[in-house]
Design a protein around this ligand. Structure first.
Ligand code: ASP
Length: 411
């Protein structure tokens, strides 16, 4: 824990140093030495080296985490109605979260007015508009190996979920392969941890490069991005969730917030859904009086797959990055973002900082430059605290609605 805090502090210091370096170098940006050696060599090497390392781990991480996620929902068949209701709730609220994020992002326009496109080194190949039926057909891989080699995330996700379901249907016959994916997931997370040691250097390189090119005008978009995410998270929490509580759960939202606040605070301070699991379960059972049968299914499942806050961040971040690189998103792109961000948040582990790595998946799918991750990473820990709070709140709201619709009497 203290190690993680240290890394966070280091990343934040790197962000500040990057801003300072960039602002100092900005007046000299056309100087040959600054341009060729400092910006395009040192900053580029640090920043893009880090981004490349992150990209390396995205495909194995998504594959393994979704396979074991899907393999773990064997209870769905056991629990039948409750399982399906819970899954439908989790998926639909996450999709609503992304849609809110996309609408909000287009109103707030966090990245408008600045154009970093000129310093993008990875070629920007925005996906062309496609008929909707093709977007759907394209999700089915005809060759999973090729999907992985090309980093086609939607295809990888579809493949991973099917493999997971098949593993769960095979039961004990697939124990070994299930274990391989579990270990693959642990391995991928370890790789992320190792790569993140270099995050301060990467963030320093990317932020210095941005600020050298743009000067102080780059500060405003970053601030707008942060505020934008927090506002949309608050809206999702206060309007979507409370609306659902009133309409479907017939539960007083104020009472809910009061009783669930301690767990929300755990989420805020740890930035980890997994760390909230004990507190969430206890609160559901003791403060709200939800039965063990329901809460011990909905809470652990929600903890792993239901990440509305993460989806909000990914939606706003995608718009921010598209705008800052001067790329117009098409309707087809928006559909892709809704699908990918919903699935990316499902594949996000409930530990600090994974959501921003999974953002890479959304960016790849839409064809946006991955370098954009470096821009948001510097302040990601702060964003993470807010979004984790929403992640765990969503699980609790779902639990109450399921309990109520199953006829339980709540406190
Ligand atoms: N920290 C988040 C959670 O645990 C995941 C993320 O978005 O990074 O819920």
């Amino acid at each position: 824990m203290s190690k993680k805090m240290n890394l966070t502090t280091k990343i934040f210091i790197a962000l500040i140093l990057g801003i300072i370096t960039g602002l100092v170098l900005h007046p000299l940006k056309d100087n040959v030495i600054v341009n060729n050696y400092i910006v395009n060599f040192v900053f580029n090497l640090l920043g893009n080296g880090f981004i490349r390392a992150i990209r390396m781990v995205v495909v194995p991480l998504v594959l393994c985490s979704l396979v074991i996620g899907a393999a773990g929902i064997e209870d769905v068949t056991k629990l039948g109605r409750i399982g399906i209701k819970t899954l439908a709730f989790y998926l639909s609220t996450t999709a609503v979260a992304v849609i809110l994020a996309l609408i909000g992002g287009n109103i707030i326009n966090p990245g408008k007015g600045v154009n970093i496109g000129e310093i993008a080194t990875s070629e920007v190949t925005i996906a062309k508009t496609k008929p909707f039926v093709d977007i759907l057909l394209d999700m089915i891989p005809i060759n999973p190996a090729q999907a992985m080699a090309n980093g086609n995330m939607l295809q990888i996700i579809v493949f991973a979920i099917l493999v997971g379901i098949a593993i769960s249907l095979l039961g004990s016959k697939a124990d070994n392969i299930k274990k391989i994916f579990e270990e693959g997931n642990a391995l991928s997370l370890k790789l992320v941890e190792m790569i993140m040691i270099f995050a301060p250097l990467g963030v320093y390189g990317l932020i210095s490069k941005t600020f050298t090119t743009l000067g102080y005008v780059a500060l405003l978009p970053l601030f707008k991005y942060f505020i934008g995410v927090v506002i949309i998270l608050a809206l999702h929490c206060l309007i979507t969730y409370q609306g659902i509580l009133i309409l479907f759960g017939k539960y007083n939202p104020m009472k809910f917030l009061k009783n669930f606040a301690p767990t929300m605070m755990v989420g805020f301070s740890t930035a980890s859904s997994s760390a909230c699991l004990p507190s969430s379960l206890k609160s559901m059972q003791e403060n709200f009086g939800v039965s063990k049968a329901i809460s011990s299914f909905t809470i652990p499942l929600g903890n792993t797959i239901n990440m509305d806050g993460t989806a909000v961040m990914q939606g706003v971040a995608t718009i921010f990055i598209a705008q800052i690189y001067g790329i117009d998103l098409t309707m087809g792109n928006y559909v892709t973002i809704i699908l990918t961000a919903t699935l990316a948040s499902i594949g996000t582990a409930g530990v600090p900082g994974v959501g921003v790595i999974m953002l890479g998946m959304v960016l790849v799918q839409v064809g946006l430059p991955l370098e954009g991750i470096g821009l948001v990473m510097g302040i990601d820990r702060f964003v993470d605290m807010f979004r984790t709070m929403v992640n765990v709140t969503g699980d609790a709201v779902c639990t109450i609605v399921i309990a109520k619709t199953e006829g339980e009497e709540l406190k």
